[in-house]
Design a protein around this ligand. Structure first.
Ligand code: 3PG
Ligand code: CO
Length: 558
C-alpha cells in the first residue's frame, strides 16, 4: 500500500481531547504477597483504578516474544518495552539480531567485522561490555561466540574489559560469569590466541551511565580500559572481586570500583593502544552511547581522554542510526520507523514528553525508535528533570516522581499540548537496588504522582492511559518457578531479586473525556505493549495506522 501519514478519523473518539500517557517504569502485576512492594505500599490511587477491571483495567504482556525478545524466558526491559509502546509494532530486537548474525556467520561477512579484523594479525582486539546472561544489554554466550569467531579468523591477542552486572542477574553472581569466561580463554589460547581479562568494574560505577547523567562514570572506565589506570590493580579478576568485597562486604556487583589487571611486571595487561581494535559487545544502546562517543568521535569535550589512541572501534550494533554512532558496527540494528510520535506530528497533535535524567531517553529517544532529536520542534516539547546525582536510589526512593507529575500537570493545564507523556522511574530504579523497604516508599511516591496527574486529567476533561514498560517492583524475591514460593538462601532469608520480571503489566484507561461505551475489548487476551500505541492514537481521534498492532478498545452502546 502507498504510505500515508494522514490518519483517518476515529468513529467514536473525537479530535482535540487532552490525553495523558503515564508509563510507570518497572511496575508489574504479581500475586499480592509480602514480597510484592506494590502490594505492601499504600497505593490508594492505583488500587481504586484496579476496581474498574475488566472494562478499563487489564493486563498486557511486557516480556519475551511480545516485545521482540528471542524467547518467552526473556524478561522485559525498558528499551524493548518503550520501543513497542512508541512504535505500536513488534520488532526483532538487538538480542535476537545478534543471535542470528552469529548463527549464520553473517556477522563475519559485514563491513564492521572487516574493519576491526584488519587489526587482528598485528594488534590487540579489545572486547568491552556487560558480563552476564541477563539478556538486557548483552549476553555472555554471544561474547564467547564472538571471541571464538575472532580467534578462528586470525585474532592473536584478545583483551576483555568486563563490567559486572548484579542488576539484570543475581547480586553476587559475577564470579560465575568470570569463571565461564576464564574457562573459555583456555580454548582460545589453544587456538593460538593470547586472551585474558584486562580491566573491570561495576556497571553502575563504571562506563554504563546513560543520558549524560554522569560523565565521570564513563571517564573512570576510560582510564581503566584505555590507559590501564585505576586505583585498584590485581593479578586476576577473581582476586579483584575477592579483595574489594573483603574491604567492603556491602559492595554489590553493580557498584564495584574500576580495577585493572596487571601482569607479573606490574604493567597493565591490556591498555588500548594505537592500531588496536575495540568492540563494545552490548547490543542495547542507552548505556553504551556515552562510551561509544568517547571511542568514536574525533571532537569530544566531555572529559579529557588524554592522548587518544588511533583505534578501530565498532559497536556490536549501531547505537544511534540518526547520528551514525558508532560509524562501524557488527550487526545492523532494527529499523524502527513510522512510530506514533511521527504520526502525531503529521496529524498536528502537539506532544509534550518528560522524565528525569535517568529515564529521559526512554520516553523520547527509545519511544521514537532509538532516534535522537525530535520530529518537529514546533509540535513537540521534551522536558528533562535533572535526577539527583550521587545519592543511591534506595536512599532517595521518591526520586523526581512528584516534580515530573507537577510538570506534567502544568503542561496539561496550559492547554498547549494534546499529548502529555511521562515516565515515572521509581519502581524500576529503586527496585533494582533490591532494597525492599526503599522500594515500598518508591511505590508510594509513584501513586502520589499518579494522583496529581489524574487530577489534572479530570480538570481538563481529558483521557488517561496508564501502563508500564515491564515488571520489577512487584517482585523483590527469587521464586520457585513451580510453587511461586520464595527461594531461601543458606541463612533462611529469601533471595533478593534485583532484576526485572516476566510478569504482565497493567494497562488502565479512563478520564472524563473517554467516550461513554468505550472499553477494553475482550478478544485480545494475549495483547502486549505494542497494542498500546493504536489505543492512544484512537484517543486523539484517529484510527491507528493499518500495520500497527490492534487497538485495545472497542465501543459498545449500553
Ligand atoms: C538498566 O539498564 O538499568 C537495567 O539493565 C535495565 O533497566 P531498564 O530496562 O529499566 O532501563
Ligand atoms: Co530497569
Amino acid at each position: 500500500r502507498p504510505h500515508r501519514w494522514r490518519l483517518r478519523h476515529h468513529p467514536v473518539c473525537r479530535r482535540g481531547k487532552k490525553v495523558m500517557i503515564i508509563i510507570l517504569d518497572g511496575w508489574g502485576e504479581q500475586i499480592p504477597d509480602d514480597f510484592n512492594s506494590i502490594n505492601v505500599a499504600p497505593t490508594p490511587t492505583m488500587d481504586a483504578l484496579k476496581k474498574t477491571a475488566p472494562d478499563r483495567w487489564r493486563l498486557v504482556r511486557a516480556h519475551g516474544l511480545s516485545v521482540g525478545l528471542p524467547s518467552d524466558e526473556d524478561m522485559g526491559n525498558s528499551e524493548v518495552g518503550h520501543n513497542a509502546l512508541g512504535a505500536g509494532r513488534i520488532f526483532t530486537q538487538g538480542a535476537g539480531l545478534v543471535d542470528q548474525a552469529l548463527a549464520t556467520g553473517k556477522l563475519y561477512e559485514g563491513a564492521g567485522f572487516k574493519y576491526i579484523s584488519s587489526a587482528f594479525a598485528q594488534n590487540t582486539l579489545h572486547l568491552m561490555g556487560l558480563l552476564s546472561d541477563g539478556g538486557v544489554h548483552s549476553r555472555l554466550d554471544q561474547l564467547l561466540l564472538l571471541m571464538k569467531g575472532c580467534a578462528e579468523r586470525g585474532a592473536k591477542r584478545i583483551r576483555v574489559h568486563i563490567l559486572l552486572d548484579g542488576r539484570d542477574v543475581a547480586p553476587g553472581s559475577a564470579p560465575k560469569y568470570i569463571d565461564i569466561l576464564e574457562k573459555e580463554f583456555v580454548d582460545i589460547r589453544n587456538m593460538g590466541c593470547d586472551a585474558c581479562i584486562a580491566s573491570g568494574g561495576g556497571r553502575m560505577a563504571v562506563t554504563m551511565d546513560r543520558y549524560e547523567n554522569d560523565w565521570g562514570v564513563v571517564k573512570i572506565g576510560w582510564d581503566a580500559q584505555v590507559r590501564g589506570e585505576a586505583p585498584h590493580k590485581f593479578a586476576t579478576a577473581m582476586e579483584a572481586l575477592k579483595n574489594l568485597k573483603e574491604a567492603n562486604p556491602k559492595l554489590d556487583d553493580q557498584y564495584f570500583p574500576p580495577f585493572v589487571i596487571v601482569g607479573p611486571d606490574g604493567n597493565a595487561e591490556g591498555p588500548i593502544l594505537d592500531n588496536d581494535a575495540v568492540v563494545s559487545f552490548n547490543f542495547r544502546a542507552d548505556r553504551m552511547v556515552m562510551a561509544a562517543k568517547a571511542f568514536d568521535l574525533e571532537e569530544f569535550d566531555k572529559f579529557d581522554r588524554g592522548v587518544m589512541p588511533k583505534i578501530k572501534y565498532a559497536g556490536m550494533l549501531q547505537y544511534d542510526a540518526d547520528i551514525e554512532l558508532p560509524k562501524h558496527y557488527l550487526v545492523t540494528p532494527p529499523l524502527i520507523e513510522k512510530t506514533s510520535g511521527e504520526y502525531l506530528v503529521h496529524n498536528y497533535v502537539k506532544s509534550w514528553a518528560c522524565s528525569e535524567t535517568v529515564k529521559f531517553g526512554h520516553v523520547t529517544f527509545v519511544w521514537n525508535g532509538n532516534r535522537s532529536g525530535m520530529f518537529s520542534s514546533s509540535l513537540e516539547k521534551y522536558v528533562e528533570i535533572p535526577s539527583n546525582k550521587g545519592i543511591p536510589f534506595n536512599d532517595n526512593p521518591e526520586m523526581k516522581a512528584i516534580a515530573i507529575a507537577e510538570k506534567a500537570r502544568d503542561a496539561l493545564l496550559s492547554g498547549k499540548f494534546d499529548h502529555v507523556r511521562v515516565n515515572i522511574a521509581n519502581g524500576d530504579m529503586v527496585g533494582h537496588t533490591g532494597d525492599f523497604k526503599a522500594t515500598i516508599s518508591a511505590c508510594e511516591a509513584v501513586d502520589r504522582a499518579v494522583k496529581i496527574m489524574l487530577d489534572a486529567v479530570e480538570e481538563v476533561k481529558g483521557i488517561f492511559l496508564i501502563t508500564a514498560d515491564h515488571g520489577n517492583a512487584e517482585d523483590m524475591v527469587k521464586r520457585n518457578a513451580k510453587t511461586g514460593e520464595p527461594i531461601l538462601n543458606s541463612a533462611g532469608e529469601p533471595e533478593v531479586l534485583t532484576s526485572h520480571t516476566c510478569n504482565p503489566v497493567p494497562c488502565i484507561i479512563g478520564g472524563p473525556g473517554l467516550p461513554k461505551g468505550v472499553k477494553f475489548r475482550t478478544d485480545l487476551p494475549n495483547a502486549g505493549l505494542a497494542n498500546v500505541a493504536a489505543t492512544f492514537i484512537n484517543f486523539h481521534g484517529f484510527e491507528a495506522p493499518w500495520d500497527y498492532e490492534p487497538t485495545l478498545i472497542e465501543y459498545k452502546e449500553d
